[in-house]
Design a protein around this ligand. Structure first.
Ligand SMILES: Nc1ncnc2c1ncn2[C@@H]1O[C@H](COP(=O)(O)OP(=O)(O)O)[C@@H](O)[C@H]1O
Ligand SMILES: N[C@@H](CCC(=O)OP(=O)(O)O)C(=O)O
Length: 395
């Protein structure tokens, strides 16, 4: 029997590493597949796996590869077209990955997820168990959105967000976003040659940059979705890096401490997986505006939210839905699962908990959001720190 791979790794600290590669890195300017990039990516990930790390690849490209297969020169616009083209491309993409990984004797698995898989707690937990089993089998899971079935209102839409949610789900140490620029800049470097490179981001809330309104011709979301991914990942205690997809071995260099790309500091993470699910997996369906006393009680004193501290509510939600808790200026303080629907909450907001049964005519929870179901937003508590230009030492 062969020695388990994890046991072979000696001085390397074993980590869970999620790598996302975008369409812009997988395709060349003539819209053909960038085979050499794929091969180097496969070598890098197989190497990490052999060292004993747990590796997940989130790969875009179903639509791009489908277009190449069908001879389409532009990314399709309508949802139906994209779904059909993704169905053509996804199988082909996996075949290419399997051929390349097989050369290195590395087994892979296809995992296709939709937003609702991560919203529903039981499916979220099941997905987690599947990843755990795949790690035990020394398999590299290759994840993509299940484009052919995802409905518009429940789409990730971009794999940046998906990769951050997957990283949060598995409790990853690192998330790498491989793209067609070498790092984040103060503005889109294609449109602004003078844009300043950014190497280190301590707190996302302090980032003040221009991200344009779109990505490359084939990519989805551009930098906006990468920064959203950074919010989810760093708030889950995950360190993130944006680096050039042309050089996948940058991942190895960054892991050994080289200051390549743009790196984002992990924030203190919610200490249990369920809280990470509340903070990141769920889509809030309402907002509760809190008075200063309630902001202090939940933000500083670790208390549950009571109806007395709610000044205003927005949105249509049911009991146990996720809601955002914010101050009177709309600044997000926390997210949580609410114990009352929006009708009930309109009636009891601003009132004492002891009045709830009299107002509603039945007994309900004393709290609107119990502290066990409440996750503070680290950005709202962060001190002011800012971008670091290329030459500065920030770590
Ligand atoms: N501030 C910025 N810094 C770096 N790139 C930016 C910025 N704003 C916009 N971009 C654009 O984002 C693009 C990468 O996003 P995208 O095309 O969606 O890539 P991917 O396919 O890798 O997800 C870059 O090609 C760049 O033009
Ligand atoms: N699920 C889609 C991913 C779309 C997407 O996010 O693309 P990109 O911005 O290139 O990462 C696909 O496989 O084409």
């Amino acid at each position: 029997m062969s020695i388990p791979l994890a046991a072979k790794a000696q001085s390397v600290k074993l980590q869970t590493i999620v790598v996302k590669i975008g369409t812009s890195s997988l395709t060349q300017t003539d819209n053909q597949l960038a085979l050499s990039v794929l091969a180097r990516l496969v070598e890098t990930l197989s190497h990490l796996q052999r060292q004993g790390h747990r590796v997940i690849l989130v790969s875009s490209g179903a639509v791009g590869v489908g277009c190449v297969r069908l001879g389409l020169r532009e990314r399709p616009k309508s949802i139906e077209q994209k779904q059909a083209v993704a169905a053509v491309g996804q199988g082909r993409l996996m075949r290419i990955y399997d051929d390349l990984f097989t050369v290195l004797n590395q087994p892979i698995a296809q995992v296709l997820l939709t937003r609702s898989d991560l919203i529903q707690r039981s499916r979220y937990v099941n997905s987690y168990h599947t990843f755990r089993q795949l790690f035990k089998l020394n398999v590299i899971p290759i994840v993509n959105e299940n484009d052919t079935v995802a409905v518009d209102e429940l789409k990730f839409g971009d794999n940046d967000t998906l990769s951050a949610l997957v990283a949060s789900l598995v409790g990853a140490d690192w998330l790498f976003l491989l793209t067609d620029v070498d790092r984040l800049y103060s503005a889109d470097p294609r449109a602004n040659p003078d844009a300043e490179p950014i190497t280190w981001v301590q707190h996302l809330g302090d980032l003040n940059i221009d991200v344009g309104d779109r990505g490359s011709a084939w990519g989805t979301g551009g930098m906006i979705t990468k920064l959203e991914a950074a919010r989810i990942a760093t708030n889950s205690g995950i360190r993130m890096a944006i680096t050039n997809g042309q050089a996948p071995d940058n991942i190895l260099k960054i892991l050994t401490g080289e200051p390549l790309g743009t790196q984002f500091a992990p924030q203190p993470k919610p200490n249990n997986a369920r809280k990470r699910w509340i903070a990141n997996g769920l889509r809030p369906s309402g907002r509760l505006y809190l008075d200063p006393g309630a902001v202090q009680a939940i933000g500083q004193d670790g208390k549950s939210l009571l109806p007395a501290g709610i000044a205003m509510i927005e949105g249509t939600f049911q009991s146990q839905d996720a809601v955002v808790l914010c101050d009177l200026n709309g600044q997000e303080i926390a997210r949580g699962l609410v114990n009352y629907n929006h009708h009930e909450l309109q009636q009891i907001r601003g009132r004492r908990s002891s009045e709830i049964s009299m107002i509603l005519g039945y007994d309900g929870a004393d709290t609107v959001v119990h502290r066990d179901n409440l996750v503070l937003n680290p950005d709202s508590l962060s001190p002011k720190l800012n971008l670091v230009a290329e030459d500065d030492e920030a770590r």
